[in-house]
Write a protein that binds this ligand. Structure first.
Ligand code: ZN
Ligand code: ZN
Length: 224
């Protein structure tokens, strides 16, 4: 934790007002995803559709669920969390996600975070998904498996890429280093999901290492 965290009063990641890391007003105005959602990948659907056709695109994830839309105060807070180093936002952001998972009845044995490549980790100093996984694990009493999911090669940022490029970018970019995963269900955490390409590539690596179902979860969802 940074020394600055102790010296500065909490300031809202959504609107910058002093008082809390995510103020009541921003918490209330964050847009939760609304039904109907795709039963597999959790994307918001038009009311006349039953699913989005994600089965072929996301073969390794059992399910994907996100708490809120990536817009408004949630977008501002995640941006400050990830790029501005406001690490304390891990707690209120994980709370948004935990609330959603409880409503959805999502359960798992282990929690694993989407890893950064070591070069990016060195640059940023922390992995935002790892901080979220720590908070979420505490709240939902999930364990960490022995071993580590790693990003085996640097992958270009996904922002601005079309769907096909996003999937090509992360294909075979992850590996599990550690003991076999014993058929246990895993909650796989990221901060933001768009196509689900990164989460699915991670789920593939976990599956190859013997995991049970992998449920991808993200705080926010970009609708594509
Ligand atoms: Zn606020
Ligand atoms: Zn879907």
């Amino acid at each position: 934790m940074h020394l600055l965290d102790f010296l500065l009063p909490p300031r809202c990641g959504g609107c910058r007002r002093v008082g809390a890391w995510l103020c009541e007003r921003c918490r209330a105005s964050v847009r939760r995803l609304e039904e109907p959602l795709c039963p597999r990948c959790g994307v918001e659907l038009d009311s006349n559709r039953r699913e989005c056709g994600c089965r072929a695109r996301l073969p390794s994830l059992t399910r994907l669920r996100s708490a809120v839309a990536y817009e408004g105060p949630a977008e501002a807070a995640i941006h400050r969390f990830k790029y501005g180093g406001w690490r304390r936002l891990a707690s209120p952001l994980a709370l948004l996600l935990a609330e959603r998972l409880v409503v959805e009845g999502v359960a798992a044995h282990w929690v694993v975070a989407v890893p950064l490549h070591r070069d990016r980790m060195r640059q940023r100093g922390f992995n935002q998904a790892e901080l979220l996984a720590g908070e979420l694990g505490r709240r939902l009493a999930l364990e960490r498996p022995a071993g580590e999911l790693v990003r085996t090669r640097p992958t270009p940022p996904q922002v601005g890429n079309d769907r096909r490029t996003r999937f090509a970018n992360v294909k075979d970019a992850f590996a599990w280093r550690g003991p076999a995963l014993d058929g246990r269900a895993i909650l796989l955490i990221d901060d933001v999901a768009t196509t689900g390409a990164t989460l699915d590539a991670c789920a593939n690596a976990l599956g190859r290492a013997g995991s049970g179902p992998v449920i991808g979860v993200s705080v926010a969802r970009v609708n594509v």
